[in-house]
Design a protein around this ligand. Structure first.
Ligand SMILES: [Zn+2]
Length: 208
């Protein structure tokens, strides 16, 4: 699904979207649930994107349904992986996820994956990384032109945006502060992992 310009929501990752930025600097934002690797590669091919033309893979946070194919895609592409310093130990398998996420971790196994760069150290071309702690300690969203790649900061349901569910939130106060802070930024489109891309309109106003 084309979102606009050179931005695609990969249909093969519906349910936990991975987004492709297909400009000069080709980036994959999140890698969806485990087991979707072959379908992702096939869809990239239909868009004319060979795996080894990817310049980087970027994770919004450590959850299994976002890092599920990170290792396989890294291997196929040779591209480096970016994530936040706070979420890095979970992605690399050095720390167990807390609460209900521990159960998810046991049920939906994802291969621990080495994080090559953290956002604060190496810039990401046209993407601007913005720390939005709450859903996870190191949750990060990305601005590109007038598009916000929201990860799990918000979910879309029936054309509305909702904060990520409380049961999956590691710090609710931090989440609220992150929603407010992002609300002060300018963007037109919101691309969440769960749900579909929507125009911002007044959907963010409740939190600002
Ligand atoms: Zn998620």
């Amino acid at each position: 699904m084309k979102v606009g310009g050179e931005v695609y929501a990969l249909d093969s990752t519906s349910g936990s979207f991975s987004y492709l930025l297909a400009g000069d600097h080709r980036l994959l934002i999140d890698t969806s649930m485990p087991g979707r690797y072959a379908k992702i590669i096939a869809e990239l091919a239909t868009l004319g994107v060979a795996p080894d033309s990817l310049n980087g893979i970027v994770l919004t946070h450590h959850d299994i349904d976002h890092m599920g194919n990170a290792q396989a895609l890294k291997t196929a592409s040779g591209a480096p992986l970016w994530a936040s310093a706070e979420d890095r130990p979970y992605i690399q398998g050095q720390r167990h996820r807390p609460g209900i996420k521990r159960v998810v971790e046991m049920l939906m196994k994802a291969t621990p994956t080495h994080v090559d760069h953290v956002f604060s150290d190496v810039p990401l071309g046209d993407l601007v990384a913005i720390a939005t702690p709450g859903h996870t300690p190191g949750h990060t969203v990305f601005l590109y032109d007038d598009i916000l790649f929201a990860g799990d900061l918000v979910i879309e349901r029936h054309g509305r945006l909702l904060p990520s569910p409380g049961i999956m939130t590691s710090d609710r106060l931090a989440l609220r502060a992150s929603l407010k802070a992002v609300g002060r930024l300018e963007f037109t489109w919101v691309c969440p992992a769960h749900g579909v891309p929507v125009r911002r309109g007044s959907l963010w106003d409740a939190w600002t």
